[in-house]
Write a new protein. Structure first.
Length: 531
């Protein structure tokens, strides 16, 4: 309590959120957040361009190392401090409100960029063109111009903005209604995953060159299977195996597949028996992702050839094909029904990924507002839906603003200019968890220390810290011809710096606001928020 005016530190005596999530809910939220289909196939599509010759099954397997470290840390902290807002709550109590705000802003930025922005764009640029291709093939309709239009503004912006609006609406209606829809949709989702794996397992690789040539001709393109390989080779891009680039790609792109799998922990305050529930859900979800991701990458190599997948990735980045050379498109080149089935599956997976990330991101804003570090309006909870309405709406608006940059500024350029926020955001919570037992041993013993040893937390946190430091190096160090960030380096670091400045400004405003009502801002880190 405030010493000056007896004003409560927190916005209310209770959050207003309801503990309604069980194990299956948390498991599906984790599965949707990293996206078995879109995550693995995006890694297969983009990794070879940035890290030529990287072996994709190995990249995805190595990416599981920081994922399992995060699973352990986040599960134990959710058990010790089961509060909505997840790592924002932990870090603020460990290293103070300024650190918590910096971390929150970085992670909100990371979620908008890697979770919602890329996924919403992918619906327009990848999923819908696949559906249109299948429809055009089945009806013998020329869809080439329309397919290209969905990957370019203004149509792509209209679609991505609509996807985010719909996802934001799903987030606002609350977890009770959302998880019911989630479970029903995921019956179809897992059927799509099984079909993708099954079709690749029986694909006749000798037919792929002619099927690709026919698909390109149907879409009005002059690209051919052999031409893609020759064009890449003429540019000095061979796609031959490189162990060095496989290791360097493991954390940026291998972990990219797992990104967000731990975000159900932001809903700890809405989870029944949070400790064991979240622990089981995260560990099982990560194991499933590892098995499916490695299997999918290996089957893709068997079906389409590692050389073609690598060179097609390169060509798509420098001279785009009419349809992204996504594995689902390659699988369905001769079958319109498969093209539409897989395309709809991608729409569903990315739509729910957007909704999941908006839901979890809004909980960070909610938690900060509950601490009075953000305007208390963000802590308002709907009496009907039991969701933080304004925090969710603001998250959706931020996502739409970013995808405008994504679409009109160019996907590649915008990604490179802003993506350094991602590893920085992931790194900050682990610094706090590694330091917790040493900086605040009494609080550690009362919370996380009741469910695990300090040494276990430190070891898992350090593994994650090393991996994400490696992630930053992989983006900024010239490890092969050219650099990952290259000329975008100044913009990438500038984005990180700008977000830190925004957090500092929010901290300053919060300090003034709290002083006016008689609360010392430092008191926030001394008490856990109510459930």
């Amino acid at each position: 309590m405030s010493k000056l005016k007896n004003v409560p530190i927190f916005a209310r005596d209770a959050t207003g959120l309801v503990r309604s999530l069980g194990f299956l809910d948390q498991f599906i939220i984790s599965q949707a957040s990293f996206n078995l289909i879109g995550g693995s196939l995006s890694a297969i599509l983009f990794t070879p361009y940035f890290f030529p010759g990287a072996n994709l099954p190995m990249v995805i397997a190595l990416g599981a190392i920081p994922a399992f470290a995060l699973a352990f840390v986040y599960a134990r902290f959710s058990a010790g401090m089961p509060r909505s807002g997840g790592d924002y709550v932990w870090s603020t109590r460990i290293l103070g409100p300024l650190y918590g705000l910096v971390q929150m802003i970085m992670l909100v930025g990371a979620n908008v960029i890697i979770g919602v922005g890329l996924s919403a764009w992918s619906v327009s640029a990848i999923a819908i063109p696949e559906v249109l291709y299948g429809w055009g093939l089945s009806t013998n309709t020329n869809v080439g111009t329309l397919v290209v239009a969905f990957g370019q503004p203004p149509l792509s912006f209209v679609v991505t903005a609509f996807v985010i609006l719909l996802a934001t609406g799903m987030a606002i209606v609350g977890l009770r209604q959302y998880v019911v829809i989630h479970k029903l949709v995921y019956i179809y989702y897992y059927l799509v995953v099984a079909m993708i794996l099954g079709v690749m397992a029986v694909t006749n690789s000798s037919l792929i060159p002619s099927q690709f040539d026919h698909a390109m001709q149907f879409l009005g393109s002059s690209f051919t299977y052999s031409g893609v390989i020759q064009q890449a080779s003429a540019s000095g891009y061979t796609g031959s195996f490189s162990l060095t680039n496989t290791l360097w790609a493991a954390i940026p792109w291998g972990f990219f597949y797992y990104s967000g799998f731990n975000y159900g922990t932001y809903l700890s305050g809405e989870t029944k028996n949070a400790g064991p529930t979240i622990t089981r859900a995260l560990l099982l979800s990560t194991a499933v992702a590892l098995i499916v991701g490695v299997t999918m990458a290996q089957l893709a190599y068997n079906a389409f050839g590692s050389q073609f997948l690598n060179t097609a990735s390169y060509i798509q980045s420098v001279s785009p094909l009419p349809v992204e050379p996504y594995v689902t498109f390659l699988e369905s080149m001769s079958n319109p029904n498969l093209a539409m089935f897989f395309g709809i599956g991608l729409v569903v997976s990315w739509m729910f990924l957007c909704a999941n990330w908006i839901i979890t991101t809004a909980r960070m804003l909610f938690a900060a507002a509950f601490d009075r570090l953000l305007p208390e309006k963000f802590a308002d909870v709907s009496d009907h839906f039991h969701s933080p309405t304004w925090a969710t709406i603001v998250t959706g608006i931020a996502c739409i603003a970013y995808v405008a940059l994504f679409v009109y500024g160019g996907v590649g350029a915008t990604w490179l200019n802003t993506s350094l926020v991602v590893p920085v955001g992931y790194l900050l919570p682990l610094i706090a968890t590694a330091a917790f037992g040493f900086i605040k041993p009494d609080l550690f013993k009362r919370t996380v220390g009741t469910v695990t040893k300090r040494s276990s937390v430190v070891i898992a946190s350090i593994i994650g810290i090393i991996c994400f430091a490696f992630y930053i190096m992989a983006e900024t160090v010239p490890i092969y011809s050219g650099m990952f960030l290259g000329t975008s380096m100044i913009y990438a670091f500038g984005t990180v710096f700008a977000m830190a400045i925004i957090a500092a400004i929010l901290y300053g405003l919060a300090k003034v606001r709290l002083n006016n009502i008689g609360i010392d801002i430092r008191k926030i880190s001394e008490e856990l928020p109510p459930e």
